[in-house]
Write a protein that binds this ligand. Structure first.
Ligand code: CUA
Length: 323
């Protein structure tokens, strides 16, 4: 998906494109290799002994010689596992330190992530941008790293932020701020998913991370900071929006709507999907969504608006101008 190699899935733990995900991949591979080698050696010796020393017809049933208290054998089977465990511990500790103790370099982007049932709010405090479900970050150049640091908080229950190709999973817990960071080295759109069961629509609490060249990211930020489009042809649609329950949950800059319960819609059409990845963001899907979100996302907390045809069409025409 927008990736240099389209055969690689946009969400896979096996193709890391970001520093923390890469570190985790290396340590996981190393542990699996060591454990695999132990499995092959132990399984091989066991199989060999079973075959080589099986009872054969004509043998007497005397016991084989019993070995007790052999210091060399006991020394070997104590020290070797201790050394292996110690090596695993050291490499794991090193990875944990690299991932968790990273400091924010001057060029780092900060994003405040707020998990909601069942969508993601992304706020860029230094850039003055608020959006939802689709996180834009700049590509990080190893010579001049621009990682993105995420502070994660929950507005309701426990969630977990997981974009497999960018970093490990980080739980998002009510009344606690967790931190994580990503440092993507490849352009593309990476898909992620809430990784902690959080209620009916846990499965449709999807994440998109758009990694773009710095210039495109700056353009996106500039567009997000623009006041919303004011289009005289959709005045009635805007009136419908402002006179219904929409305003209690959603924000559109420059209108009376300043709710925080649902996603900020100021630049709705800059997003590819609606409903936290439940459907593509097209006028037809918006009509279905506004009429009754539970058609696309059963259990969604947004109520069915059930507007008349004219109001619905005008409202969606207005929403479609929010670039
Ligand atoms: Cu949010 Cu599962």
């Amino acid at each position: 998906m927008g990736d240099s190699n389209s055969k690689i899935p946009p969400s896979s733990i096996f193709y890391p494109v970001s520093t923390p995900a890469h570190e985790i991949d290396v340590v996981a591979f190393f542990v699996v290799m060591i454990c695999g080698a132990i499995f092959v050696i132990v399984g091989g010796l066991l199989t060999y002994s079973i075959v080589r020393f099986r009872p054969r017809p004509g043998e007497d049933d005397r016991e084989p010689p019993q070995v007790y208290g052999s210091n060399p054998i006991e020394f070997a089977w104590t020290t070797v596992p201790v050394i292996i465990v110690f090596v695993l511990m050291l490499i794991t500790a090193r990875t944990i330190f690299t991932v968790q103790a990273a400091t924010r370099p001057p060029g780092a982007i900060s994003v405040h992530v707020i998990a909601h049932q069942w969508w993601w709010e992304f706020r860029y405090p230094d850039l003055g941008v608020v959006t939802a479900n689709e996180l834009h970050v700049p590509l990080s150049d190893p010579q001049n790293p621009t990682p993105t640091f995420l502070d994660l908080e929950s507005a309701d229950v426990a969630h977990s932020f997981w974009v497999q190709r960018l970093a490990g999973k980080t739980d998002v817990i009510p009344n606690k701020k967790n931190e994580m960071w990503i440092e993507p080295h490849e352009l593309g759109t990476y898909l992620g998913q809430c990784g902690e069961y959080c209620g009916t629509e846990h499965a449709l609490m999807l994440i998109r991370v758009i990694v773009e060249p710095r210039a495109d990211f700056d353009k996106w930020v500039a567009a997000q900071k623009q006041p919303p489009n004011v289009d005289a042809s959709v005045v009635h649609g805007r009136q419908v929006f402002e006179s219904t329950a929409c305003v209690n949950c959603h924000t559109i800059q420059g209108t009376s709507a300043n709710g925080r319960f649902g996603p900020d819609l100021t630049h709705l059409m800059a997003r590819v999907t609606i409903g936290s990845g439940a459907a593509m963001n097209t006028p037809d899907n918006l009509k279905v969504w506004v009429t009754d979100p539970s058609v696309m996302k059963p259990g969604a907390l947004m109520p069915a608006m059930n507007l008349g045809d004219k109001d619905l069409n005008d409202l969606v025409a207005y929403l479609a101008t929010l670039h």
